[in-house]
Design a protein around this ligand. Structure first.
Ligand code: UDP
Length: 238
């Protein structure tokens, strides 16, 4: 079964997905491959927004475990997402895709501030909008940002792209070769069984606003397009 690609989506790219094998920083080959795939779905007529993570550069919770003040560490994490956003924008523009970065923390020399109506207008004009800076608040995640922005812009789906795994499993498939892969889950399965796919704030926001989530791997090229076209890949959560 295929779905109409002419819809509005939020693509969530975790920092880890941008880092490649080394596990940190930005791998330009990966960024290139992702940008090509985004260009493909823009060509299909899909309105594409992207929420970028920052875990390839900085994670607030980890720094806080080392003794740093959590709020300050989280603000650093939010700034890390802006670096990823600018790198993605640069690569997308090399593919001729009109792109705007909007940040939840104002830094107008670098990007537009997040303005919901303006973001929607960009999407309607076929521009890719990259939401950077998370929600702008410490103690949140970029998964929660994806859920929040999806609700705000009335996106029909969140495409949760992962770097290392290709779906949701009952245990870590990288540690346990017998890990069971789920093709379909309910929001409550995610919330009750601690499946680690996204934090509970993000999952409950999606549940409360009936936003379906497709979890899939980025390592296979063409997966973003498949997800947009409604082909069965990864795990559907709804
Ligand atoms: N962050 C935050 N508020 C937000 C979004 C992100 O404080 O609304 C911080 C938090 O410190 C987090 C970091 O930014 O660790 C990077 O985001 P995240 O861990 O969600 O990135 P990902 O895991 O997707 O790479």
């Amino acid at each position: 079964m295929t779905t109409d690609p002419k819809k509005r989506v939020v693509l969530k790219l975790s920092g880890e997905a941008l880092a490649g094998e080394v596990g940190y920083g930005i791998d330009t080959d990966i960024m290139d491959a992702i940008s090509q795939q985004i260009e493909e779905i823009v060509q299909l007529g899909t309105q594409v927004s992207v929420v970028v993570g920052g875990g390839n550069i900085w994670r607030g919770a980890d720094a806080s475990k080392q003794g740093m003040d959590r709020a300050s560490a989280d603000y650093m994490g939010m700034l890390a997402t802006v670096m990823n956003a600018l790198a993605l924008q640069d690569m997308l523009e090399k593919y001729g895709v009109d792109t705007r970065v909007q940040t939840a923390i104002e830094m107008q020399q670098v990007a537009e501030p997040y303005i919901r109506r303006r973001a929607i207008r960009h999407l309607e004009k076929g521009r890719v909008v990259i939401f950077a800076g998370g929600t702008g608040n410490p103690f949140f995640s970029t998964d929660t940002t994806a859920a929040l922005r999806a609700a705000e812009i009335e996106a029909s789906v969140i495409l949760l792209a992962k770097g290392k795994v290709d779906a949701v499993y009952d245990s870590d498939p990288l540690q346990n070769e017998d890990a069971l892969k789920f093709s379909h889950l309910k929001y409550l399965d995610v919330l009750n069984n601690n499946l680690g796919v996204m934090d509970s704030t993000a999952a409950s926001l999606c549940m409360d606003n009936s936003i379906p989530i497709i979890v899939f791997g980025l390592s296979q090229r063409g997966n973003i397009k498949k997800a947009v076209l409604g082909e069965k890949i990864g795990t559907l959560i709804d």
